[in-house]
Design a binder for this molecule. Structure first.
Ligand SMILES: Cc1cc2nc3c(=O)[nH]c(=O)nc-3n(C[C@H](O)[C@H](O)[C@H](O)COP(=O)(O)OP(=O)(O)OC[C@H]3O[C@@H](n4cnc5c(N)ncnc54)[C@H](O)[C@@H]3O)c2cc1C
Ligand SMILES: NC(=O)c1ccc[n+]([C@@H]2O[C@H](COP(=O)([O-])OP(=O)(O)OC[C@H]3O[C@@H](n4cnc5c(N)ncnc54)[C@H](O)[C@@H]3O)[C@@H](O)[C@H]2O)c1
Length: 469
C-alpha cells in the first residue's frame, strides 16, 4: 500500500484524495476547519449563494421595463426588503450541507479524515496535531493543499463587526446601510455587485482607473458602467491606507488624505498563502518570494515525493484549477496516465451583474503580440433574445488563429455568461474551427446565437486573411 497524506481539505486536497483512493492508495487527509475548505465554507459556495439572492433582485429591478407592476411602484425592488439574517442563514446552511456531503463521500471511499493541523516532518512523515495530541503519519506521497488567508492591511484589521473580511460577512444580521468595499479585484467586485443589488449603498474603492484590472478591458468597462448606472459609487485610482471604527461608523482613510465614511467596510485586498510554519522549507520545498509553493506542471515541488495543489501554489486561484492540480498530483505520483496542467483551456467567471466569463487567449495577449489570434466582438444589444429579456449590456468575443480558424479563446459578458461560455470552452479544448462553431445549430432566439454569429463573422475575417487582404 502507498501511504498518501494530504494537508488541506479544499478542492485541491479532497479531489486529490478521491483520485488517490480510486488508485488504491491508503489515504489520510488532515483538515483543520471543515471539509470542502475555504472554497466551500467561506469563499466560493457562500459568495455564490449570496449572489443567487442578489440576482433575483437584479431581475426584479428590470421587471418594470418588461411590464410588471406592483401598485404604483416604479421599481419592483421597492416591493421587497432583504432579510439578511435569513439570507445568511441559508448561505451558511447550504455551505455546511455541502461540506457534510464531501465528508460523506470521502469516508465512503475509505479516506481517513483527521480533524487537526498538519505539518511536514521531513519528506517521509507528516505530523497531525489534534485535540488528542500529536500523531506522526508515515507518508510515501505528501500533498500540500493548504490554500490562502485574506490579506490584512496593518492599519485596517478586521474587527468582525464593522471592518470585515469576506469570511466574516455572513455574520451580518442586517443589510449594511453604507458598505465601503476596499479592493476591486474579483472578490471586491462580486461583493460590491451583490450588496448593491440587495439594496445597500455601496462605495467601491478601486486602486486602478477601472474595476477588475485582471479582466478583459472592454468587459470590465461594461461592468463598471453597469455598477455606476445602478447607483454604486466608484472611487477610482485610490488606495486605502487605514480603516477605523468611530462610534457607529467606519472611516476609511485614503492615501491621498481623503476619507470615506460608511456603516461597514469590507476589506478585499487579496490573500496570502498558508505555507508558513508547516515544515515546508525544512523539508526542501521551495517557496517563492511571496510564500507560494513552487510547482511544475504535474504539481511536483522541489522536494521528492512532496506535491502541492491549489491556491497555495499561486497558479490561477480557482477551485477548478486547484482540483485539477490535486488530481494530476495523484495520477502522477501513483503511476496513472497523466498530462501536464494546461492553463490555456481554463475557463473562469466573475459573478457580477452582468457576469464576465473567459476562456483561453485574452485580449491582453493579442494586444501585446503574444498571440496572433483574430478576434471579433458582437454587442448583445442586437441579439433578439437579449432585446426580449431586456438585456442591454454585454457582448460576445471570440478569438481564432488566422490561418486555420481554430478557436483559441473567448469572452462572454451577459447575465448568465458562466453557462454560455461552455460552447467556447469546448471549442478551445477540442480545437474546433470557427466554421464548425458557425455551422452548429443554436436555438432561435437565444443568446448563444451570438456565439455562432461570431463564428460566421470570423469565417469572413480568416478567409480574407488567408487570401492576403
Ligand atoms: C470570495 C471568493 C470567492 C471565490 N469564488 C470562486 C468561484 O466562484 N469559482 C472559483 O473557481 N474560485 C473561486 N474562488 C477561489 C477559490 O476559493 C480557491 O481557488 C479555492 O478555494 C482553492 O482551493 P484550495 O484547495 O487550494 O484551498 P482552500 O479551499 O483554501 O482549502 C485549503 C484548506 O486547507 C486548510 N489548511 C490550511 N493549512 C492547514 C494545515 N496546516 N493543516 C490542516 N489544514 C490546513 C484550510 O483550513 C482550508 O480549509 C473564490 C475565492 C474567494 C476569496
Ligand atoms: N468568481 C471567481 O472565480 C473568483 C471570485 C473571487 C476570487 N477569485 C480568485 O481569487 C483570486 C484573488 O482575487 P481577489 O479579488 O481576492 O484578490 P486580488 O489580489 O486579485 O485583488 C485585490 C485588489 O485589491 C487592490 N488593493 C490592494 N490593496 C489595496 C488598497 N490598500 N486599497 C485599494 N485597493 C487595494 C489590488 O490592487 C487588487 O486589484 C483571484 O485570482 C480570483 O480569480 C475568483
Amino acid at each position: 500500500m502507498t501511504n498518501v497524506v494530504i494537508i488541506g481539505g479544499g478542492p485541491g486536497g479532497y479531489e486529490a484524495a478521491l483520485v488517490a483512493a480510486q488508485l488504491g492508495g491508503a489515504v489520510t487527509l488532515i483538515e483543520r476547519r471543515g471539509l470542502g475548505g475555504a472554497a466551500v465554507l467561506t469563499d466560493v459556495v457562500p459568495s455564490k449563494t449570496l449572489i443567487a439572492t442578489a440576482e433575483v433582485m437584479t431581475t426584479m429591478r428590470g421587471a418594470h421595463e418588461l411590464g410588471l407592476r406592483v401598485g404604483d411602484l416604479a421599481d419592483l425592488t421597492d416591493a421587497f426588503h432583504v432579510d439578511l439574517a435569513a439570507v445568511n442563514q441559508r448561505v451558511l446552511a447550504l455551505a455546511a450541507t455541502q461540506s457534510t456531503d464531501i465528508e460523506g463521500r470521502l469516508r465512503s471511499e475509505g479516506v481517513r479524515l483527521i480533524d487537526g493541523v498538519g505539518r511536514l516532518y521531513g519528506t517521509e512523515h507528516v505530523v497531525a496535531t489534534t485535540d488528542e495530541g500529536e500523531e506522526r503519519l508515515p507518508a510515501d506521497i505528501i500533498l500540500v493543499a493548504t490554500g490562502t488567508t485574506p490579506r490584512e492591511l496593518p492599519a485596517a484589521r478586521p474587527d468582525g463587526e464593522r471592518i470585515l473580511n469576506w469570511t466574516q460577512l455572513y455574520n451580518l444580521r442586517a443589510l449594511p446601510e453604507r458598505l465601503i468595499v476596499v479592493g476591486s479585484g474579483v472578490t471586491g467586485a462580486e461583493f460590491a455587485s451583490a450588496y448593491n443589488a440587495l439594496g445597500a449603498d455601496v462605495v467601491l474603492v478601486s486602486s486602478r482607473h477601472q474595476v477588475l484590472p485582471g479582466e478583459d478591458d472592454e468587459a470590465a468597462r461594461v461592468v463598471q458602467q453597469a455598477f455606476e448606472r445602478s447607483g454604486m459609487t466608484i472611487v477610482s485610482r485610490s488606495r486605502a491606507e487605514a480603516a477605523e471604527v468611530v462610534g457607529d461608523e467606519v472611516v476609511v482613510h485614503l492615501a491621498d488624505g481623503r476619507t470615506i465614511t460608511g456603516s461597514h467596510c469590507l476589506m478585499a485586498v487579496g490573500s496570502v498563502p498558508n505555507t508558513a510554519e508547516i515544515g515546508l522549507t525544512e523539508a526542501g520545498v521551495q517557496l517563492d518570494d511571496r510564500g507560494y509553493v513552487t510547482v511544475d506542471k504535474v504539481s511536483r515541488t522541489t522536494a521528492r515525493g512532496v506535491y502541492a495543489a491549489g491556491d497555495c501554489t499561486g497558479v490561477f486561484a480557482l477551485a477548478s484549477v486547484a482540483a485539477m492540480q490535486g488530481r494530476i498530483a495523484m495520477w502522477h505520483s501513483l503511476g496513472d496516465a497523466v498530462g501536464p496542467l494546461d492553463l490555456r483551456t481554463v475557463c473562469a467567471n466573475v459573478f457580477t451583474a452582468p457576469e464576465i466569463a473567459t476562456v483561453g487567449v485574452t485580449q491582453v495577449e493579442v494586444d501585446a503580440g503574444l498571440s496572433n489570434a483574430l478576434g471579433v466582438m458582437l454587442p448583445l444589444h442586437t441579439n433578439p433574445r437579449a432585446k426580449m429579456r431586456g438585456i442591454h449590456d454585454g457582448f460576445v468575443k471570440v478569438f481564432c488563429l488566422p490561418t486555420t480558424g481554430i478557436i483559441v479563446g473567448g469572452v462572454v459578458v451577459a447575465p448568465i455568461a458562466s453557462e454560455l461560455i461552455e460552447s467556447l470552452s469546448m471549442a478551445v479544448r477540442a480545437k474546433l474551427t470557427v466554421d464548425q462553431l458557425a455551422q452548429s445549430f443554436t436555438v432561435y432566439p437565444s443568446l448563444s446565437g451570438s456565439i455562432a454569429e461570431a463564428g460566421r463573422r470570423l469565417h469572413t475575417h480568416s478567409a480574407e486573411r488567408r487570401a492576403g487582404y
